[in-house]
Design a protein around this ligand. Structure first.
Ligand code: SF4
Length: 411
């Protein structure tokens, strides 16, 4: 690497590891609050992002990294600050700073074939761009890459990793098995880090948020309601996962619900179901969908867990949540059944999946998904590319395929 670039990267990581520096954000946050006491959704998101930067990099609380399907409620219950590297990889990509960590990982023998959510996160961790974790929590679902990815992170930072094994099968027995692992992690954390647990508040907030999410889902089932521009809801992923069980998620979804109720936008002519995530580094796809009249009625990753979380049996409820959500994506029959149910509930005319480069988890079942949906008369389109790494960006191919899909839908 060029000496100047290496010096610049080292300087950035040096500054990012100075918690006191982030205290400078406080007056600005206070000013934002004063200027916009009733923020719009975008203003709210901006403020929350900065507050989160202050909490994580300012080391206000123990920083706990987690894989996407490890429930944030568990981390809030120990008064930790959850950090989801896979979600932050999307944010880095959206901010246009994904290339540096991606190249850094590749130049340190992480294959370019490795999923870019993990490749970017490893690179950003090696460069110390991500906030240093106190410890890590991960589940073995939903893909096989997650465990080695978190083991690499534990090695890099020299911190403990608490792993939860998720069986492929879903049954009361497997839920008990997952609950016993969570219980044992909680006991270890209590012993090793003197953690005290309070599940009451995060569970109460998560339940309230679920109620609001169900109201949003009911609104989105109506033909006249649509979140625009298409795929915008996937930018809200942190509120579905990282902030679940906190005031942040509840306030955000209350705002989103009120906005959908009070300011309905003109929906696009076609209603579609979106599977997997999307390229975060460019708005091209969203603009193209708008141009072709292809609206998104619902997204697979916006599906949340609606079961009850009881503070008296915290590990049982959380285990059920993890197992239900993982099974619905890992098991092809369960995944396809859920997709067909959404097609009917959200009155969608077709389904689009944006394949992620190197993601065996989702693409492994593409043939079966295509066959089953077509058998039910549901048109399906698979777009290829990468959610994070813009080197696999193929605008012309997306345009050709989406145009043909829109023509097939007619109207
Ligand atoms: S995109 Fe696929 S391979 Fe990458 S982390 Fe998600 S499930 Fe795993």
């Amino acid at each position: 690497m060029h000496k100047k670039s290496a010096f610049l990267l080292q300087s950035i990581s040096f500054l990012l590891e100075r918690p006191t520096l982030f205290a400078l954000l406080k007056p600005y946050l206070w000013w934002l609050q004063w200027k916009n006491p009733f923020p719009t959704l975008a203003q709210f998101s901006y403020r929350i992002t900065l507050e989160n930067v202050l909490t994580l990099y300012g080391r206000k609380k123990p920083v706990v990294w987690a894989s996407l399907f490890f429930p944030a409620e568990f981390i809030y219950a120990l008064d930790g600050a959850p950090f989801y590297p896979e979600i932050t990889a999307g944010l880095f990509s959206a901010l246009g700073v994904g290339a540096i960590p991606l190249f850094h990982a590749e130049s340190h023998f992480f294959s370019a074939d490795l999923c870019s959510y993990h490749r970017l996160s490893v690179g950003a961790s090696m460069l110390r761009f991500f906030p240093r974790p106190d410890f890590l929590c991960a589940t073995s679902g939903i893909c096989r890459e997650t465990v080695p990815f978190f083991q690499t992170l534990a090695e890099l930072f020299g911190v403990p990793l608490y792993l939860v094994d998720i069986p492929h099968e879903f049954s009361p027995k497997t839920v008990r098995y997952v609950a016993s692992q969570l219980r044992s992690i909680a006991q270890n954390l209590k012993r090793d880090r003197r953690v005290t647990w309070d599940f009451e508040r995060p569970f109460e907030l998560a339940q309230k948020t679920q109620t609001v999410l169900q109201e949003i889902e009911a609104l989105r089932r109506k033909k006249e309601v649509m979140i625009l521009p298409p795929t915008k809801n996937l930018d809200y992923l942190p509120y579905y996962y990282q902030f679940m069980g906190s005031e942040t998620s509840l306030s955000f979804f209350q705002k989103l619900r009120d906005e959908l109720r009070q300011n309905p936008k003109n929906p696009l002519p076609h209603r579609l179901l979106w599977l997997h995530l999307k390229p975060f580094y460019s708005n091209f796809l969203s603009a193209l969908l708008t141009e072709l009249g292809l609206g998104i009625a619902f997204e697979e990753f916006a599906a949340t867990y609606s079961g009850e979380l009881k503070p008296k049996e915290p590990f049982q409820g959380l285990a059920e949540k993890i197992t239900v959500m993982s099974h619905a994506l890992m098991d092809e029959k369960a995944r396809i059944a859920r997709i067909l149910q959404w097609v009917s509930e959200y009155q969608t005319e077709g389904v689009i999946q944006f394949n992620q480069w190197g993601c065996r988890q989702s693409q492994g079942m593409n043939a079966l998904l295509r066959k089953t949906l077509r058998g039910e008369g549901v048109p399906v389109l698979f777009l290829d590319g990468d959610h994070i790494d813009r080197r696999h960006h193929t605008e012309e191919q997306w345009r050709t395929r989406l145009q043909a899909f829109a023509e097939m839908l007619g109207g």
